[in-house]
Design a protein around this ligand. Structure first.
Ligand SMILES: *[C@@H]1O[C@H](CO)[C@@H](O)[C@H](O)[C@H]1NC(C)=O
Length: 222
């Protein structure tokens, strides 16, 4: 009884924090699309690892100049980690994570295919390099997204998606982010058992969320 009461209380507090923070999103998908296109235009040749990395660093710096350095994590090679979810496997680096938004670079050097997951948030997936393919259950022809295009996956919808080798995107999710975490973590616990990756995912995500909850509270109350 006590346990359920505590759980309800914690949920209520988290929900109250979320409600306050979600009144002001940091990012908007239209501006992100413009920034991506500006950066893509500056990096016409991204055929090698180094050229691609330079584009990502340029993107990180461009985002920081628009949204403030405190809102975009620094680009560090060691902050990339694997994500297994919905049968797909990819690589990601977190640029920003809070309770109501995350901004990441997600992609795959090898190529992958799987289920997008049914999410409690809106998802905006802007291709930086390569392609993304997607289809709804009744879609008999794939949707194709190319560099500079944004694929908007609406809250509550699910698609099958695929990305050929060496495809990467800037992904913005806006909504109730904790609701997306079980999907992001399930394969780690039930399938890969890659403890190092789970640890890295948890530490990096939690650190950023706490930081932005505090920043969000400050913005709201001070
Ligand atoms: C792109 O860069 C690579 C590596 O530097 C080079 O080999 C290739 O010729 C370049 N392609 C074009 C079209 O400039």
């Amino acid at each position: 009884m006590k346990f359920f009461f505590s759980l309800a209380l914690v949920s209520l507090v988290l929900y109250a924090i979320f409600n306050i923070c979600s009144k002001s999103y940091v990012f908007d998908p239209v501006t992100l699309n413009t920034i991506c296109n500006t950066v893509i235009y500056r990096h016409q040749n991204v055929s090698t690892h180094e050229q691609t990395r330079e584009m990502f660093i340029d993107l990180r710096n461009e985002l920081a100049s628009v949204y403030g350095d405190e809102n975009i994590n620094h680009y560090k090679d060691e902050d990339w980690f694997f994500n297994n979810a919905g049968g797909a496997m990819g690589q990601m680096i977190i640029l920003h994570a809070s309770l109501h938004e995350y901004l990441i670079i997600f992609g795959t050097a090898v190529g992958t295919e799987g289920h997008t997951g049914v999410h409690t948030s809106n998802d905006y997936f802007t291709i930086l390099k390569g392609e993304q393919w997607a289809a709804l259950p009744y879609g008999l022809e794939r949707e194709i997204y190319k560099p500079g295009m944004t694929h908007h996956l609406e809250r509550g919808l699910a698609k099958q998606y695929g990305m050929p080798k060496e495809s990467f995107a800037l992904e913005l999710a806006q909504g109730f982010i904790p609701g997306m975490l079980p999907f992001g973590f399930a394969d780690g616990f039930s399938s890969t058992l890659d403890v190092k990756t789970l640890y890295k995912t948890t530490v990096i995500t939690a650190k950023d969320m706490v930081k932005h909850v505090i920043l969000g509270m400050k913005r709201h109350f001070m």
